[in-house]
Write a protein that binds this ligand. Structure first.
Ligand SMILES: Nc1ncnc2c1ncn2[C@@H]1O[C@H](COP(=O)(O)OP(=O)(O)OP(=O)(O)O)[C@@H](O)[C@H]1O
Length: 421
């Protein structure tokens, strides 16, 4: 069929205008791009030609054959009710999306985050997977050295996949360097030496020393995430359309969620105080005949950090761009903790739709007594999950216990194809 033939077959629609401008180019490709960029309009278009809400099998075969990503898009818009919580929905669109995987220690967060990242990359999304867990295992999962705090290219997937382990210690050292110079003890010493006790009291009220010397739990991870934001704002990393976070175990993640507010307030107060101080120091410097300008790099660094913290908080709560996926295993203890995690995420306004139960024993015909008891035990935990008021409405993804360790891209791809459907 010719390209013009295709547009005739598509038939009249309010959206034909959007396609017709591209007639001399590749109309088919344009329609596919249009599907990704304007899914709702494209859905209306499909509806106008009688294809929306029909089975995906009625979508013309040539549309499905373009690439897995556009096929996903077309399937997604043509069967919205089925697709809402499937992988098609996760992969649809070229706007940047963040997926945060979190749960109790050892349940499989890293393996599932890495397998999701591989699947996104294999579906055409330039993807970055980041570990903010101080006890990194992303390098082990990819069987590749990812240390160094910079995105490292992962070999294997169809589109570019980068992975990055943030070193929280190093991130905190950078934070301290930015703040201690003249925002913490430096300012305090200076004001002491000038005999300006009133200012020192105000500094004391801000508890800056405490913030810098004994950081609250979760600060490391907040700074680590702020660092990721810094990376993805740089032009060379702006290409990533999917960013997957392998987060630290539950407790840390929960504290992290309330931290941006805390830091935002503290840093905001500090900046206000520093504004007042800078006019005081200007006056004092003038007495000594020194120039009052010369920049204040610590203040601008703090301002930058504050902006990033605000961005972190906004990203965590943005329903359009972010989803927190709870990972658990079929045990009563893990499921109870997942319930608490979900309640806290709701309280913090973090969007959650999916719950993965990992390491489910697959059915077997053999008469293994241990396996049968274990399977019944897991079933009890699964029943508890299905009747838990906070968890039962989440979309449940069951992930089997694999008989081999999941390490390296081929194994992660295998896991991803089994879990993310
Ligand atoms: N479905 C599975 N089948 C078989 N092995 C699995 C499965 N999921 C995870 N594992 C294995 O369990 C171990 C722990 O997994 P992983 O490191 O992904 O968990 P985690 O939640 O990230 O742990 P931590 O909280 O310590 O960071 C790894 O050896 C991993 O290969």
């Amino acid at each position: 069929m010719t390209r013009c033939g295709l547009i005739h077959q598509l038939g009249p629609s309010p959206f034909v205008g959007a396609f017709s401008g591209a007639l001399r180019r590749d109309i088919t490709r344009t329609s596919f791009n249009y599907c990704e960029q304007n899914p709702l309009s494209f859905k209306l278009y499909l509806s106008s030609i009688g294809l929306a809400s029909q089975s995906k099998h009625t979508i013309p075969a040539r549309w499905n054959g373009r690439s897995s990503r556009v096929a996903s898009c077309i399937r997604a818009v043509s069967a919205p009710a089925e697709v809402e919580k499937t992988f098609d929905e996760m992969v649809m669109g070229t706007q940047r999306k963040y997926y945060m995987l979190g749960g109790k220690g050892g349940v499989g967060k890293t393996s599932l985050a890495a397998s999701l990242a591989v699947k996104f990359a294999n579906n055409g999304h330039p993807t970055l997977v980041v570990s903010t867990d101080p006890a990194h295992s992303l390098s082990d999962s990819f069987a590749q050295d990812l240390t160094g705090g910079m995105p490292v290219s992962v070999e294997g997937p169809d589109s570019s996949l980068y992975a990055m382990e943030i070193d929280p210690e190093q991130a905190r050292a950078e934070f301290r360097a930015a703040t201690s110079k003249d925002g913490g003890s430096g300012v305090k010493d200076f004001m002491d030496s000038m005999g300006l006790g009133g200012w020192v009291e105000q500094l004391g009220e801000l508890k800056l020393g405490e913030l810098l010397d004994t950081p609250p739990p979760g600060l490391d991870e907040a700074i680590a995430i702020a660092k990721v934001i810094q990376f993805i704002q740089a032009p060379e990393y702006s290409k990533f359309t999917r960013i997957v976070f392998d987060t630290a175990p539950t407790g840390h993640t929960l504290r992290l969620l309330s931290l941006p507010d805390f830091l935002d307030a503290s840093i905001g107060k500090l900046l206000k105080l520093k504004e007042k101080l800078s006019s005081a120091t200007a006056a004092i410097k003038a007495v000594f005949g020194q120039s009052s300008d010369g920049g204040d790099s610590a203040t601008s660094k703090l301002e930058l950090l504050k902006q990033r913290m605000i961005m972190v908080r906004e990203i965590f709560r943005n329903k359009e761009s972010t989803e927190f996926v709870i990972v658990t295993i079929p045990t009563v203890m893990a499921i109870s903790e997942s319930g608490r995690l979900h309640r806290s995420l709701i309280k913090e306004g973090v969007p959650v739709k999916r719950l993965i139960v990992n390491q489910i024993l697959p059915p077997s015909n053999t008469d293994c007594k241990f396996c049968n008891i274990k399977r019944k035990d897991q079933q009890r935990a699964l029943n508890m999950l299905k009747s838990d008021p906070t968890l039962k409405d989440l979309h449940l993804i069951e992930s089997p216990l694999f008989d081999v360790e999941i390490r390296g891209v081929p194994a992660l791809q295998f896991m991803g194809d089994r879990v993310w459907q």
